[in-house]
Every structure is written in structure tokens, then in C-alpha cells.
Design a protein around this ligand. Structure first.
Ligand SMILES: Cc1cc2nc3c(=O)[nH]c(=O)nc-3n(C[C@H](O)[C@H](O)[C@H](O)COP(=O)(O)OP(=O)(O)OC[C@H]3O[C@@H](n4cnc5c(N)ncnc54)[C@H](O)[C@@H]3O)c2cc1C
Length: 529
């Protein structure tokens, strides 16, 4: 791509015009979050332009979110009802992992979003190892709620409040459409549908404008690269290197399909992730369809074998029409890798341009949200502040990508499955050294806050406990437990049991909640459609 250079930019140059290149989930979330902030902060007027190519399609997947999405939508100013209706969305309360340990029929565990009850993790883990059963079921109420396909909230509760922690499953295309409308109609974001063909920069390397095919140059002070795998600014223009993570995480392909569901059928409360010989299958329930995808390593499984695996899963989980023809599967190719830096001069990469790790635990959209949090919490008012903020951002996000790689790898290294793919995952050379060290530590003590010292760790110790003990990692052996500690833990467990029964009796099913919403808020739905 052509690059022009012009005069330098002084350090007291104010940052007022933000240009976002790319109109996928990353681009429109960025536009809405910056636009909403600009809307509130009249002392610091910001203008936001989003330029999106009519020629390059968005990736169009990304159906699982994190609980952070509730805060994001609230900040943007979209009501929960409008969101649920416009995006065909449902509640997500965690992920269930079937077949990851042995592949046997009863091999299943849950990683719920709600942390275990607040007690000493050593006492809870000891109590669980004495009582037996599933770890997540014992230390919290969410397992039972998920098991019964129940919603995490009552309709009468204020928007985005829940009795249990929750996120959403959604239609990615409809989310982008909702955000587009909201950004352009409510938040004053300028939308340019044009293909970026060049970049104009200063002699010092800052970008001053992106050049488009038909709309001329679009000038700005800060450029956000949301161009997905194209990585037009951070990659093509700046040449920021990528760090491959595929020696740790082997999956590099997915076959995706959407299957309609019968009216009134139950909607699962969690993403179901079912292991297969060389990867896993996601199964996400929305009110009108299931989004299903087979994630696999092309080094371990052929495309045809992956298609057979996916077909078998669909036939086994939708037995009503065993011979009905299936829609065509869509293939997506990806590589687990991220940039060495995410913020270079006056360009910040957000979304797939910054990197992607395989879709396990849905860590991509949350990274978009966290990137925007970090930008907006420390927004550089002037060019002089930008390099300092960029250095901080790069350090923080390098830390985060490393922690995600370790957490995802944890799901694989504890497996006892014997196929080559799973054996390769247990090869010591493929395991990040910090994870090796933590696993050695956790033989003697459960994961705790001390292992994850940052205030806003992306995966807290609780997440590690759920995966570790769900995968059958041996709990640490302990000497006799003091009577007072044992009594305190038994009281906590009794309280959990009571809460579990109370919630199970009082919460509506996902289906009942979402159908009622649809029937009673038809005008809002039309508005958002
Ligand atoms: C198989 C798979 C499953 C996934 N599942 C999940 C999940 O469950 N949860 C989750 O959080 N994430 C998931 N992700 C990741 C998620 O889909 C992405 O992080 C998210 O959609 C953001 O994509 P994006 O906006 O960065 O890129 P894209 O959607 O690819 O958008 C890129 C944009 O850049 C524009 N563009 C490109 N070139 C130009 C140009 N020259 N000029 C102008 N514009 C240009 C395009 O037109 C487009 O608008 C998944 C990804 C894959 C591959």
C-alpha cells in the first residue's frame, strides 16, 4: 500500500479526531464506546469516523461473549431488552466441557461465570474431595441452574442485573447491525463505506490520514485498526511483528453451521464444548437457531474427517430429523498468534488485527472490550501523552495474551485422551513454562489470588479451579482440618444448597424468559429490526 510522508506532529497536538478502519464487531464496539464517552464528556469533544470496506466481508462469527458485555452495552446506552431482541440473543452462564478428560459418556464439567462461594479455597477443595461429585456443583449454585436451562435473572430486575453472573450468546451479524444503527443514529459517528487504499504519514511515522478509493483522504489524530486479519495499519503499514502461539495451541480451522431449532425447544444456559479426536465442537443455543462449529488442527485431522465429525455431532444432538440434508458448512482458517505490540505511534490495533487465539473460552470479544477500557480510562488528550500510554498498553496486553494462552492450554494438558492430537498437547515442549510451574505448585495448594496478582486478571483463580478439578486434577492432600474450619465450610455448603434450591424454584427457563420478552415487547423489536 502507498505511504506518503508529511511534516511532524508536535507533542501538544490535541487528540480530537478518531478514525476507526473496519466495521466488524471490533470496529463498531470501538465506535460505540468512544462515541458514548465523547457524548458524555463535553469538556473533551471527540469526533469519530468509521470507514468500512464494502468489498471485504466481516468474519461473521463470534457468538459467545463474557459478562463484560453487560457493562459495555450499558455504557453504550443500549437497553438489555433492545439488545436481546435485536441480536436474537440468549443468556450464557459459562461453558460446559464434554469428553475433554477421557471421552467417556459421563466425562463432563462446567466452568461457570460465578466464582465459588467466598471461602478459603483450601477448605472448599478439601470438602469437595471428601464429598465427591462435580466441583462446580458443590461450590456454587450456577451448575444446577445451567443444568435446568434456567435464566440468570428475573424480568423485573433492572437491566443487566442478575442473581448469577452471566454473559450472552448472540447473532454476530445482528450485533454489528445494532451497533451500526446506534453509533450512527444516537452517538454521532460518521460512517464512510469505502475501501482504504493507502496511508499518509509524517516523516516521524505517525499516520495523518487513510486514503479511500472514492471518498478521498480521511484525516485523524488517533487511528484504530479494526481491519481484522488484513491488519492494514498495524501489520501492512507499520509491519509490527506477530508472535505465533500455534506451538502451544494447535487448532487452525473451523467448520461452522447454523441449525434452526423448533419453537419452544429448550435453550442451553452455557456454551457446550465437546471434545473430538483432534479438537472440539462448539454448540451455542439462540432462541431461533443453534450455532455449531467444529474446531480442529489441520495437522491432525483432514477437512473431510472434520466435516464427518461435525455431521455426526449434529445428527446425535438433533435426532428429530436424522436424515434431513444439512446446510453447507462454512470453513474458517485462522492461526493462533498476536502482535508483538498492539499500539504503535498513533495507531491502536483492536480485534483480529491485534491477534486471535482459537475460540475456546471466547476470549476475543472480551479483549476488544478490555482494549477500549484501557484506551478510554487513560485517553491521551495530547500527542505527547500517547507514547507513554502506548508503552503501558503494550505491557498490559502482552501480559494478558500470555495469560490467555496458558489458560486455554490448561484445558488440553490435563486430558487423558490417547489420540495423537491430545498426546501432542501433553508434550512438555508445547506447554508454556509458567503453566508448568503453576501445575507443580497446584499439587500442593489450590489456585489462589496469589497466583494471579493483577487487580483485573483476565481469568481469575476461580476459573483455574473449575478447569483443574473438572479435569480430575488431584486435590492437594492436607493434614487434619481444624474443627472450626470444617464447621465454617459445612455452613457455607449448606448455604449454597439453600440458595441453589431457592434459585431453581424462582428463576424462569431461558426459553420462557426470551419468548415472553418477544411477545410483550413487539414494538421495541420492530424499532431494532
Ligand atoms: C471460528 C471462530 C469462532 C469465533 N468465536 C468467537 C466467540 O465465540 N467469541 C468471541 O469473543 N470471539 C470469537 N471469535 C472472534 C471474533 O469473531 C472476532 O474477534 C470479532 O468478530 C471481531 O472481528 P473484527 O471486527 O476484528 O474483524 P472482521 O469481522 O473481520 O472485520 C474486519 C473489517 O475490516 C474491514 N476492512 C478490511 N480491509 C479494509 C480496507 N482495505 N478498507 C476498509 N475496511 C477494511 C472489513 O470490511 C470489515 O468491516 C471467533 C473467531 C473465529 C475464527
Amino acid at each position: 500500500m502507498a505511504t506518503n510522508t508529511g511534516p511532524g506532529i508536535t507533542s501538544d497536538h490535541p487528540i480530537t479526531h478518531i478514525v476507526i478502519v473496519g466495521g466488524g464487531t471490533a470496529g463498531w464496539l470501538t465506535a460505540c464506546l468512544i462515541g458514548a464517552r465523547a457524548d458524555r464528556d463535553t469538556a473533551r469533544p471527540l469526533s469519530v469516523t468509521l470507514v468500512e470496506s464494502p468489498d471485504v466481508a466481516t468474519i461473521g462469527v463470534g457468538e459467545g461473549t463474557w459478562p463484560t458485555m453487560r457493562r459495555t452495552l450499558e455504557r453504550i446506552g443500549i437497553t438489555e431488552t433492545d439488545f436481546l431482541l435485536a441480536c436474537d440473543a440468549a443468556f450464557k452462564q459459562g461453558s460446559r466441557f464434554d469428553g475433554w478428560r477421557t471421552g467417556a459418556a459421563d466425562d463432563s464439567y462446567l466452568h461457570p461465570f460465578t466464582a465459588p462461594v467466598d471461602g478459603d479455597p483450601r477448605d472448599l477443595v478439601s470438602a469437595w474431595s471428601e464429598h465427591g461429585g462435580r466441583f462446580a456443583d458443590m461450590v456454587g449454585a450456577q451448575g444446577a441452574i445451567c443444568h435446568h436451562d434456567l435464566a440468570p435473572r428475573q424480568r423485573a430486575m433492572p437491566d443487566y442485573a442478575g442473581t448469577l453472573n452471566y454473559a450472552y450468546h448472540l447473532d454476530a451479524g445482528k450485533l454489528a447491525a445494532l451497533l451500526t444503527r446506534h453509533a450512527t443514529e444516537r452517538l454521532g459517528v460518521r460512517h464512510v463505506r469505502d475501501h482504504v487504499v493507502g496511508i499518509d504519514g509524517t516523516e516521524h511515522g505517525d499516520i495523518v490520514a487513510v486514503r479511500t478509493r472514492a471518498s478521498g483522504a480521511i484525516a485523524g489524530d488517533l487511528f484504530v485498526d479494526c481491519t481484522g486479519h488484513a491488519a492494514l495499519l498495524i501489520g501492512d503499514h507499520y509491519g509490527v511483528a506477530t508472535i505465533d502461539r500455534d506451538r502451544e495451541l494447535f487448532n487452525d480451522r473451523a467448520l461452522a453451521v447454523q441449525m434452526p431449532v423448533a419453537a419452544g425447544s429448550p435453550i442451553a444456559s452455557q456454551t457446550n464444548a465437546t471434545a473430538h479426536a483432534a479438537g472440539w465442537i462448539w454448540d451455542i443455543g439462540l432462541p431461533t437457531r443453534r450455532g455449531i462449529g467444529c474446531v480442529y488442527s489441520s495437522g491432525h485431522l483432514s477437512d473431510d474427517a472434520a466435516a464427518d465429525t461435525l455431521t455426526r455431532h449434529i445428527r446425535a444432538t438433533a435426532p428429530d430429523a436424522p436424515d434431513a440434508p444439512l446446510p453447507t458448512f462454512r470453513q474458517l482458517k485462522f492461526q493462533s498468534r498476536h502482535r508483538a505490540k498492539f499500539w504503535e505511534r498513533n495507531c491502536l490495533a483492536v480485534g483480529l488485527s491485534a491477534g486471535f487465539l482459537e475460540p475456546l473460552e471466547a476470549s476475543a470479544i472480551v479483549l476488544i472490550e478490555l482494549s477500549l477500557d484501557a484506551l478510554l480510562d487513560n485517553f491521551p488528550s495530547h500527542r505527547g501523552a500517547m507514547d507513554i500510554q502506548a508503552t503501558r498498553f503494550n505491557t498490559l496486553f502482552r501480559y494478558r495474551w500470555d495469560r490467555i494462552v496458558e489458560f486455554l492450554k490448561l484445558h488440553y494438558v490435563l486430558s487423558e485422551r490417547d489420540e495423537p492430537y491430545w498426546r501432542d498437547h501433553r508434550d512438555a515442549a508445547s506447554i508454556p513454562p509458567r503453566l508448568v510451574e503453576l501445575l507443580a505448585l497446584w499439587r500442593h495448594q489450590p489456585p489462589s489470588r496469589a497466583d494471579f496478582p493483577m487487580i483485573d486478571e483476565i481469568f481469575p483463580a476461580a476459573s483455574y479451579q473449575y478447569v483443574l478439578y473438572g479435569m480430575g486434577f488431584p486435590p492437594p492432600t492436607r493434614g487434619p482440618i481444624a474443627t472450626a474450619d470444617r464447621a465454617r465450610t459445612e455452613t457455607l455448603l449448606a448455604q449454597i444448597d439453600q440458595r441453589r434450591r431457592m434459585l431453581a424454584a424462582g428463576l424462569p427457563s431461558n426459553r420462557a424468559y426470551l419468548d415472553a420478552l418477544r411477545h410483550t415487547t413487539a414494538p421495541a423489536m420492530e424499532l431494532s429490526a
